[in-house]
Design a protein around this ligand. Structure first.
Ligand code: SF4
Length: 335
């Protein structure tokens, strides 16, 4: 069974094996300028983040658009080259591998994208889209392949005749089910889901989220679940990391994070979640100013120009992520 209670979450940290360990990961994009197109600076999209995910766990990654969460996901999958740091997957350092070794690792790490339509080939039948990764890695007979694809269609809740149709014949939610079936085809250990429901109607979002939860249990999956919607992340995750301007500013089990957010940025994000119960009125924290440019991030705490609690020290030194409660780490000088 997939652990969900606080007790079980504690069991994760003490007993479960680590599947993914990220240490001091940086992903910088060069900024070119001048007549000779020299590198004149860097976009610090991911700026020194560290975290781990236990086997069978879901870690949610949240933050505003541009905070680096999607870049972090793509770097972990090695779709982007890390600038510094290490990515340990199932005990192996995959930071610098390439060619055949990277191809092998990719069987165990798959991605579910935000826009399922853009990631599905419109010229291919759905059956072929799902069969392609299996065919590329395991030479199977046509009938074996077809049986596997039919099985996957059933698992994601699509009818058998979906095999012969094309992506444009399906609704957004059904297309995301096709994307999920393809991601599952190689029986991966880790799925990185990057805003998997944000392009879908609210009415179908929960169906897709519940499908992901059911598949996690059935296939023993580990998830890195990236989203900007805190209610969605709360529904899906065991632990949650909050990113701001390429930095991890807080990471904790979800109950502790929602009950007592410690970082002023997390407090502002959580205060913006609408409460369906009108008896529980809470004050919304409105942040002023824009997110600074990741090309020229502020000195000291990256959040200090917008932080309602900022002190003199905050513009001078950058706080590091430290554990202030069991399994609850925060990067802020207040603690
Ligand atoms: Fe705010 Fe200072 Fe904490 Fe940064 S370190 S979040 S500026 S109080």
């Amino acid at each position: 069974m997939r652990p969900t209670s606080v007790h079980n979450q504690e069991a994760f940290s003490s007993q479960s094996e680590t599947l993914l360990q990220i240490q001091n990961l940086k992903t910088y994009y060069p900024v070119k300028g001048g007549f000779f197109k020299r590198t004149v600076g860097h976009v610090k999209a991911v700026d020194n983040i560290s975290f781990e995910i236990k086997k069978g766990e879901t870690l949610g990654l949240v933050g505003e658009s541009g905070c680096g969460k999607s870049t972090a996901g793509r770097t972990i999958l090695r779709l982007l080259k890390p600038t510094e740091g290490s990515i340990l997957f199932d005990g192996k350092d995959i930071t610098k591998i390439s060619g055949k070794h990277l191809r092998e690792i990719r069987q165990d790490m798959q991605m579910v994208f935000q826009d399922p339509y853009a990631s599905l080939n419109p010229m291919q039948m759905v059956g072929d889209i799902i069969a392609e990764p299996i065919y590329n890695f395991h030479k199977k007979s046509k009938s074996e392949l077809k049986n596997e694809v039919m099985d996957l269609l059933e698992k994601v809740g699509l009818p058998p005749d979906a095999y012969y149709k094309y992506a444009h014949e399906f609704s957004g939610g059904q297309r995301q089910r096709i994307g999920i079936a393809r991601a599952l085809a190689l029986r991966p250990k880790l799925i990185i889901a990057d805003e998997p429901v944000s392009a879908l109607d609210v009415s179908v979002q929960s169906q897709v989220l519940n499908l992901l939860k059911d598949l996690q249990e059935e296939f023993d999956l580990t998830f890195l679940f990236i989203a900007h919607d805190l209610s969605v992340v709360k529904h899906m995750s065991d632990r949650i990391g909050v990113m701001y301007l390429g930095n991890m500013v807080e990471i904790s089990d979800k109950n502790s994070l929602y009950a007592e957010p410690l970082h002023p940025y997390t407090q502002a994000l959580i205060s913006a979640i609408p409460n369906p119960d009108p008896r529980h009125k809470k004050e919304r924290i409105i942040l002023t100013g824009d997110v600074p440019s990741p090309i020229n991030p502020p000195a000291g705490c990256p959040f200090h120009p917008r932080c309602p609690m900022a002190m003199e020290e905050c513009s001078k030194s950058k706080p590091t992520l430290k554990e202030v409660k069991p399994s609850h780490r925060v990067a802020c000088h207040l603690y």
